[in-house]
Design a protein around this ligand. Structure first.
Ligand code: DC
Length: 202
């Protein structure tokens, strides 16, 4: 089977957890495409040039645990505005999407640009306040310094940049099913998503 599940949505809406659960349930491979942009952002923070980094990115670069910081997320969002950087990352994502055995990709433009023919498209969202609170709790659990108000500002600024850029802005594909996770537990969101995907693949 070569089915592709596209999962898009804003930062900290629960896409990652949901996508991993879908991949596990259906036995598909999973790619967090945000890691590609984070690897570019981390390279820029280290003094590199975004396009060079995107063109020469090795899959091992995605395993760097330092990609999870807010500073890298911000640098990733900035690098992701450049159409040439985005273009350099397309082939890897499309190759992954069409691998044997099925794939789940999560990001911002999977259903709209990377895999417009995906068999299933989900748009996972939640209020900015809910997402900021979740990010705050994640950072605290990871032992990192965290400031609630600053995180909410960062979430809003990143949403604004990701949704308003000219190339591949964050938006739901016209044929995507939206799941708002604001009032759902992770398990409830997963149950909804599994039901939607099961119906779509039947
Ligand atoms: O999903 P994330 O928070 O790890 O993504 C980090 C940044 O990368 C995000 O703010 C915008 C960018 N990104 C993108 O432009 N397109 C994607 N498919 C995934 C991420």
């Amino acid at each position: 089977m070569k089915a592709t599940i596209a999962v898009d949505g804003p930062a900290a809406a629960g896409k990652g957890t949901l996508s991993k659960a879908l991949a596990r349930y259906f036995g598909f491979a999973h790619l967090d495409t945000g890691l590609l942009y984070r690897a570019v952002g981390a390279g820029v923070l280290a003094g590199g040039e975004a396009l060079d980094i995107a063109r020469t990115l090795a899959p091992e670069a995605l395993e760097n645990p330092d990609l999870r910081t807010q500073a890298v997320a911000e640098a990733a969002s900035q690098a992701a505005v450049d159409p040439a950087v985005r273009e350099a990352l397309v082939a890897f994502q499309r190759g992954f999407a069409r691998r044997e055995g099925g794939a789940v990709l999560d990001g911002r433009d999977i259903g709209t640009v990377i895999c417009p023919d995906a068999e299933v498209k989900l748009f996972v969202t939640a209020s900015a306040e809910t997402r900021a609170e979740r990010r705050y709790l994640e950072l605290v659990a990871a032992g990192q310094a965290a400031d609630r108000a600053a995180i909410l500002d960062e979430v809003r600024a990143r949403d604004e940049r990701d949704a308003s850029r000219a190339t591949a802005p964050l938006r739901a594909a016209s044929d995507a099913v939206t799941i708002d996770t604001s009032d759902l537990t992770a398990e409830e969101a997963q149950a909804q998503a599994i039901a939607i995907v099961t119906r779509a693949l039947a």
